[in-house]
Design a protein. Structure first.
Length: 83
């Protein structure tokens, strides 16, 4: 649903996960756009405007909206470390 930048350390990745959890529930954190390929997508932004994560492309705006709702719903879910 959401792709972030790559992280060099586990601690940095955990901070990124925490940022998603914090920002996904914040009003105004999602920015929707339409790409050159006419697909709808969204960015999740932090309070300073930095993109925390970007979505896949969706054929319709309704699918994009459902993607944002899913990120909001699942932010803060249990984290399972498989390393």
């Amino acid at each position: 649903i959401l792709t972030s930048e790559g992280y060099k350390t586990k601690a940095a990745a955990k901070n990124g996960i925490a940022s998603v959890g914090k920002n996904a529930k914040r009003k105004g954190a999602f920015e929707t756009k339409v790409g050159r390929n006419k697909k709808h997508y969204f960015n999740l932004k932090s309070t300073n405007g930095q993109v925390v994560g970007a979505s896949q492309g969706y054929a319709a705006a309704a699918g994009c909206k459902k993607g944002m709702e899913s990120v909001t719903k699942n932010a803060g879910a249990e984290i399972v470390d498989l390393s």
